[in-house]
Design a protein around this ligand. Structure first.
Ligand code: MN
Length: 247
């Protein structure tokens, strides 16, 4: 049995190649897994479950098919699609998880998160994150007419151009703190678009009373290549594939 992890697909109408690659992934790799965890930024932008764009509907239906076939689906919000709500989750057959979630993963404790909360040097963004997690602001935004929300989203997207290439990396202090806090020696996240496995050089005392060497696994974004993490009783494997090949 395996469990798969992906993040940062940034699906949008502008990249049909990524949508096609994701749909292939859902048909080829995912059905063998007992669970698929999507750790945020599945979509480039999300202005509400009621948009019901062709892209949203296509992705929801492909996810729902997978979940009906027996692969359990879980979702943690990213900083771009943090407004994905219960209606979309229901349509896609996936369970929404909190921003930080500890999973029992084949005998290990694994902390799952999008990862934006680890980039503490980006103060401007952290301020944005605090504001956008205000429930009432989200509540008001989602009650604006769809056309108004599209307009706001368009402006925000333009403002972000250029900055997206200069993604901040995690700060070691934030990593150490969060792993000790959750008592997990393994952390899996996305957001930074720097796929890698990092031995962190310290140990974490887990809830079982065992000390284990800390490891941080970063999933990559989907562009020319995509990565996914495959976990099983045999261990963990970070796999990279080309988006364009139909293998
Ligand atoms: Mn992100």
């Amino acid at each position: 049995m395996t469990t798969l992890f992906i993040s940062d697909l940034h699906l949008s109408e502008h990249r049909p190649d990524l949508t096609a690659a994701f749909l292939r992934f859902l048909q080829q790799q995912a059905p063998q897994a007992e669970a698929l965890y999507i750790l945020g930024d599945l979509f480039e932008f999300w202005i509400g479950d009621d948009e019901r764009s062709p892209l949203q509907l296509e992705v929801a239906s492909a996810l729902a098919t997978l979940s009906q076939q027996g692969t359990a689906l879980f979702y943690i919000h990213g900083n771009r699609d943090f407004m994905i709500g219960k209606a979309f989750a229901r349509a896609a057959g996936m369970t929404l998880l909190p921003a930080e979630f500890v999973l029992e993963l084949y005998g290990r404790r694994a902390l799952l998160l999008h990862g934006d909360q680890l980039c503490t040097l980006d103060e401007k963004y952290q301020r944005f994150r605090r504001i956008t997690s205000w429930r009432w602001l989200r509540w008001i935004f989602l009650r604006l007419p769809l056309s108004k929300r599209m307009e706001i989203a368009g402006k925000m997207r333009q403002g972000k151009k250029g900055k997206s290439l200069m993604l901040m990396d995690v700060t070691p202090e934030a990593v150490t703190h969060i792993m000790h806090h959750h008592q997990t020696s393994l952390m899996i996240h996305g957001h930074t678009h720097k796929p890698a496995r990092h031995d962190l050089g310290f140990e974490v005392l887990e809830t079982s009373g065992r000390r284990r060497p800390a490891e941080r696994i970063v999933l990559g974004d989907w562009d020319e290549k995509f990565t996914y993490l495959e976990a099983s009783h045999q261990g963990l494997q970070l796999i990279e594939k080309a988006v364009t090949t139909a293998d």
